[in-house]
Design a protein around this ligand. Structure first.
Ligand code: FRU
Length: 496
């Protein structure tokens, strides 16, 4: 039945059937987290895009709702965002019952066929019944294509308190453009960012601009998330970010190097929820990559989201710059079943933990603290976690001390089901481990691993398609030993 297929995630969101890509319209309202998503309801391949819809009270258990937005004569419904218009600036609701506003891109297939540049424009829809039904605004498009940008999409809107107006970030080719509006209906161009910053190996997509406090300081900075495809560090799609300042008009960043939110291959189009309670900044991404998204071995459905992650900012290495941190939201703990403590693990070669984990067939939350000073003899050059099956297929999540990088090696993860040569690769996250201990966390859900280390400073997300699911969990070392303490917790399915 649904949610029982071999590779079907048990603790991640995926549509009941057919194709899904980007998360859209993320907004919290009246106790519910809304998740809309790029959806093609006819087939398990990309097609004329709709906004699918689901809601959750805990970011873990999702209720499927009817399709919110469907294509019309103006085009397909591409990615975008949603806000609560508390003051009814749009006039599309009342102050007593503020409207939810959704911003999306119309992608016009006829204009595309005719090779026009004006393929994409921005549009508005609204709901006054807690997001259950949506009406497209009669004055669409609200932001026509300026004529110089074939790629002009993925509006992310927020209320800018200091200037009392709405701001939208838009992806335009390989830059981000900002516009402002008093009412969400008429928009004025403000500025552009990015031609001389960051990665430019592909088209910029799905931006998001927000503020975050810098942990351990009194400082608050602006973070601009920019998805890019291709040109990511693991090949294909990825998410870069910039830390800087926004004065209501212009975003500036002194940052010279390209910073990646996730160094795995399968976290794309991530953006954050508007209105998340307690000032939390929660991101969800599409756990996939345009390199091979269309070739995945899932017949009845295609595509899952990452776990929702809480974002933070910390000072960068040696106090220079800033780093964005990601950690699974604490609501994940609500799925906890049994826990097994893993104490005083000495590993020299391999240590099979499988027999200690009676719930190894469930989704797992594995936490390890490696103590580099407590290793007996010489410290291993490489160490980590191996997941494997009886067919000799495996995936390694490790740290390489010579290269000073975390890595995920999926070259032997059974990619036969996915005949894309780029799939079988080693993905690396350069990181200098300082101090005596380093914390690891792996969330494993049948055919995906989400890896977080060093307080969320490192994150790597990868999917894999072994011919038989990985049910063996080992620690491994190369050329020496390592010491670790930890625990592994069963995570109960949100679908079954
Ligand atoms: C990102 C993206 C967006 C676009 C959508 C179309 O994955 O290409 O830029 O709006 O997907 O489905």
């Amino acid at each position: 039945g649904p949610y029982n297929e071999m590779y079907r995630p048990q603790i991640h969101f995926s549509p009941a059937e057919h194709w899904m890509n980007d998360p859209n319209g993320l907004v919290y309202y009246d106790g519910e987290y809304h998740l809309f998503y790029q959806y093609y309801p006819e087939k398990s391949v990309w097609g004329p895009m709709h906004w699918g819809h689901a809601v959750s009270r805990d970011l873990m258990h999702w209720e499927h709702l009817p399709i919110a937005l469907a294509p019309d004569s103006l085009g397909y419904i591409f990615s975008g965002s949603a806000v609560v218009d508390w003051e009814n600036t749009s006039g599309l609701g009342t102050k007593e019952n503020p409207p939810l506003l959704a911003f999306f891109t119309y992608h016009n297939p006829d204009a595309e066929q005719a090779k026009k540049t004006t393929v994409e424009s921005q549009a508005l829809a609204y709901s006054t019944d807690r997001g259950r039904t949506w009406t497209k605004y009669a004055g669409n498009p609200i932001l026509p294509n300026p004529g110089d940008a074939r790629d002009f999409r993925d509006p992310k809107v927020f209320w800018h308190k200091a200037s009392s107006r709405w701001i939208v970030s838009l992806a335009c080719g390989d830059e981000i453009r900002f516009y402002a509006s008093p009412d969400c209906k008429s928009w004025t161009y403000l500025s552009s960012f990015g031609r001389d910053r960051g990665g430019h190996g592909g088209v910029w997509e799905c931006p998001d601009l927000f503020q975050l406090p810098v942990a351990g300081t009194d400082e608050t900075k602006w973070v601009l998330i920019v998805n890019i495809n291709p040109g990511g560090p693991a090949g294909g799609s990825a998410t870069q970010y910039f830390v800087g300042d926004f004065d209501g008009k212009t975003f500036t960043s002194p940052q010279r190097e390209t910073l990646w939110m996730d160094h795995g291959a399968d976290n794309y189009a991530g953006v954050t929820w508007s209105e998340a309670p307690d000032g939390r900044r929660i991101l969800i991404g599409w756990m996939n990559n345009w390199l091979y998204a269309g070739d995945k071995p899932c017949v009845t459905w295609s595509g899952a989201m990452t776990l929702p992650r809480e974002l933070g900012l910390v000072p960068g290495p040696d106090g220079k710059g800033y780093l964005l941190t990601s950690t699974p939201v604490r609501e994940l703990d609500g799925l906890r079943g049994e826990t097994v403590m893993l104490k005083g693990l000495q590993v020299d070669g391999t240590l099979d933990l499988t027999k200690r984990i009676p719930f190894v067939r469930s989704a797992l939350d594995l936490r390890l603290t490696f103590d580099l000073a407590a290793a007996k003899g010489s410290l291993a050059t490489r160490y980590g976690v191996r997941l494997s099956n009886s067919k000799g297929e495996h995936i390694d999540i490790g740290y390489d001390r010579n290269r000073q990088a975390f890595y995920i090696d999926r070259t032997h993860a059974g990619s036969k089901a996915l005949p894309v040569k780029e799939f079988a690769a080693v993905h690396t996250a350069p990181f200098v481990v300082k101090g005596q201990t380093v914390d690891w966390r792996l969330v494993i859900d049948r055919a995906s691993v989400e890896f977080f280390a060093a307080g969320g400073r490192v994150s790597m997300t990868d999917v894999f398609y072994p011919s038989e699911l990985f049910r063996t969990v080992e620690l491994f070392t190369e050329k020496g030993s390592i010491h670790a303490d930890g625990e592994v917790t069963q995570l109960q399915s949100v679908w079954n």
